[in-house]
Each structure stands twice: as C-alpha cells, then as structure tokens.
Write a protein that binds this ligand. Structure first.
Ligand SMILES: O=C(O)CCC(=O)C(=O)O
Length: 273
C-alpha cells in the first residue's frame, strides 16, 4: 500500500507556462486533481486519525476553523504526501526556485450548519519568520467543497505588497483588508467549487478569506506550507510574537542569518526517496 502511494505521488503534475504566469501575476491559482484520485480516501482517513491523535493541541481560530499541525511527524501516509515530489514540484515551479522545504502542514476544519464562521481576510506573512518572500501554501479539501462550504477567495495581485503585515488573522485584519479592497478597487477572485483533491496555492502575502460553511458537513481541508529551499533565518529578532513562536516551533536550533534548514524542514525535491 505504501509502495503504491509513493508511485502515484512521485508522478509529475503537468503545469503549463501560462499557469505559472497566472500564479506569479495573481499570487494564487486553483489546480485540478493535484492529489491523485486513488489517494484521496486514504489521505482523508490518515488526516482524520492524526488530527484525533493531536486533539489536545487543537487550536480554534475564532470559530472560523480548527487546526492541528505537523501531522506528517506522526503519520506515515500524511508523511508520504507532505514529502511528495509531485506537490513540491508544483510549489517550486510556481515560486520559480530550485527546490522547496517544508515549513509545516496543518488541518483546516470548518464546521457545517453555519457554526464554522467566515475566515477573516488576512495575510499569512504576518506569521512567517523567514528571510524570503518565496513562501507558498497548498490548500486542499479532502471532500468535495462547494462554494457554500467555504473554499477560499483571494485578492489577485495583493502578494506584491505587505500592507496587512502588522495584523494577525482577526476581525481587525478583515476590516482593514475589506477597506483596502473597496477603496483601491482591488480584484477579488471569488471562491470556486473544488472537488476533493483540487488544490489552491497562494503566496504568504496574498490576501485571502473564506465564507462560512452552511452545508451539513464539516469542511475537511489539509494544507502544506513550503518555502524556497535557499531561504535563511533573518538576522534581526522576530518582529512579532507569532513569528517568534513559529521560529522556535518550526526551526528548532536554527540560528539568525543561518539556513532555514532543520530536521523539520527537508528539501523535498533533492531528498532521496
Ligand atoms: O481554511 C481556511 O478557511 C483558511 C486557510 C488559510 O488561511 C490558509 O491556508 O492560509
């Protein structure tokens, strides 16, 4: 079974030049069938199991979603996906770098029946403690995700600024970005239906949000965050408490000015299988 998983996950994803341009211009893209269909059910089971095992570390973000992180450390199936050259190959091509490293993985459960509130507009860059803008997140629903389940919306081109860098995800970030969108007439790419296994990729600087989940089912989504494999740890101390916490958690032992490359951050494309 594990052998079968590795073969499917090693298959290259056929990414066109125009898709790479689209990502680089907009800071986000939706790609179909990123997870091979044959692998979705097994990954979903593994993610649910690993999430349960990490339940005592679950965090609830203002009722918008519940997360657990780094499932790949405790589950072999999740690890095979997180270290898959298929997904990392897409991330590296979109970023235009030779290889990517793992920042961390995470679940994003949004409750159904409207209990899962809207995800506020925010910029992930507030949280990333790295010396590079080459940061990208793959976000994939593990069940079909119609628009009323809360797939993400993005502001196209917003990855070219850091206007909301000072704000963590909150009502304040939502209000701040909503005003920017309105006042500057920014281009919002509305959420689109995603089948299980379709994935969005977004830059850590792209404004993004999601609506409430009004379906009967919990939205089960999984994400893998990658960055340019040659990134370093900034020389200056982290500029906010969340970056400081993430530096300690995801880069244990890394030193200011040194490579962002601890045992938790394998370079996926150059690793041996
Ligand atoms: O799942 C969500 O609603 C939000 C996800 C998100 O903010 C992210 O992947 O960066």
């Amino acid at each position: 079974m594990v052998f079968h998983t590795r073969v499917a996950l090693a298959e290259d994803y056929d990414l066109s030049h125009s898709q790479i341009d689209e990502y680089q211009n907009n800071g986000h893209i939706l790609l179909k069938n990123v997870i091979p269909e044959s692998e979705i059910a097994e990954l979903r089971t593994a993610v649910l199991r690993a999430h349960e095992a990490l339940k005592d570390q679950e965090e609830d973000f203002q009722k918008a979603f519940r997360i657990t992180q780094n499932l790949w450390e405790i589950n072999d199936v999740v690890r095979a996906h997180v270290l898959s050259k298929r997904y990392a190959g897409i991330a590296a091509k979109l970023l235009g770098c030779r290889d990517v490293r793992i920042y961390h993985d995470l679940t994003f459960f949004k409750e159904g029946l409207g209990k899962g509130k809207p995800t506020p507009w925010h910029q992930d860059g507030h949280y990333w403690p790295l010396n590079t803008d080459g940061c990208i997140t793959l976000w994939v629903p593990l069940i079909d995700c119609p628009v009323d389940m809360g797939p993400m919306s993005f502001v196209s081109g917003s990855h070219l600024n850091k206007d909301a860098e000072h704000l963590p995800i909150s009502d304040e970030s939502d209000e701040y970005i909503s005003k920017l969108v309105e006042n500057e007439n920014l281009s919002v790419a509305p959420a689109q239906h995603m089948n299980a296994g379709d994935a969005t990729f977004h830059s850590c600087w792209t404004y993004h949000a999601a609506a409430s989940n009004t379906t009967e089912n919990t939205r089960i989504a999984f994400a893998i965050a990658y960055y340019d494999a040659d990134a370093t740890i900034p020389l200056q101390p982290p500029t906010n408490e969340r970056r400081a916490a993430n530096l300690a958690r995801w880069f244990p032992g890394a030193v200011p000015g040194g490579p962002a490359a601890t045992h938790l951050n394998p370079a996926v494309l150059s690793s041996r299988d």
